[in-house]
Design a protein around this ligand. Sequence first.
Ligand SMILES: Cc1cc2nc3c(=O)[nH]c(=O)nc-3n(C[C@H](O)[C@H](O)[C@H](O)COP(=O)(O)OP(=O)(O)OC[C@H]3O[C@@H](n4cnc5c(N)ncnc54)[C@H](O)[C@@H]3O)c2cc1C
Length: 288
Amino acid sequence: MKPPPFAYECPTEVADAVALLAAHGADARPLAGGQSLVPLLNFRLVRPAVLVDLNRIAALAHVAVEDGTLRIGAMARQAAVEAAPAVARGWPILTEAVGHIAHPQIRNRGTVGGSLAHNDPAAELPAVMLALDAEMTARGPAGTRAIAAPDFFTDTMETALDADELLTGIAVPALPEGTGWSFREAARRQGDFALVAVCVLLRPASGGGLNARVVVTGTGNGPVRVPAAEAILAARGAAGDACEAAGAAAAEAVEPMDDPHAPAWYRRRLVAALTARASMEAATGMEA
Ligand SMILES: Cc1cc2nc3c(=O)[nH]c(=O)nc-3n(C[C@H](O)[C@H](O)[C@H](O)COP(=O)(O)OP(=O)(O)OC[C@H]3O[C@@H](n4cnc5c(N)ncnc54)[C@H](O)[C@@H]3O)c2cc1C
């Protein structure tokens, strides 16, 4: 199939892109790496009257650390984040997660902002941004606003962005000293979307026990935190039986459905196994 006809705009400034979105509203779509949007166009699942190509906006392409915070422009390629030594040093769970997205050719074009704005329910980046307490910056005709990750990912392929808003950047706070991490994914083939993926962050709590963050994706409308699993790890630590219990609690908490890729019962088993393994792995990486 070929895409339906559309007008094409190629601004070089964020302000011009925002003005174009404001002028055309829901009839316009930003074009980032095109790795999700172009197939949607070709299958005629979306029919925007205007495409606003963001690829010439240099101000959106950065990957930089400022005052300990990782700042990623919405148009930073997934491959650029994967290759950035500063990301590998400070946010290794992000480097690991990006490596699970598709194949190098797709990561060379696909952008961080495009993945977050698209919010596929089995995508790696929304899950890891939720685990890392990232904050998204949106710019629209009324100005700029910050949206915390739990408020940003609202439903399957839905976000808090308005039709006339552009995601411009992502801020990821520094991981606290001593944090152990793990990203585990099961997919049918290397490069496929996750059947299930799990992010675990663990660090010793000041009064004893652990601070725990557990995020699961691939089991419903997108990434979810699993407070029941976090509570078990916080209270019992990350000994083997506590990790198994956290896995069982996570499997209980998610609500997968049968689909052509896997039955719900299989996804639940994956959640249990991956959460337990990720918890053990994160614990071994903790520093007192
Ligand atoms: C074969 C294949 C396999 C893939 N496997 C995976 C996988 O395993 N895991 C995974 O996570 N992804 C996978 N993807 C998708 C890939 O990660 C895409 O790059 C990503 O989903 C979208 O990023 P993009 O830059 O290509 O955005 P585009 O396709 O250009 O845009 C996606 C959507 O986001 C909107 N958008 C883009 N940028 C902005 C912005 N700055 N502000 C507001 N809205 C914006 C667009 O209007 C569009 O609706 C795969 C893609 C292919 C083709």
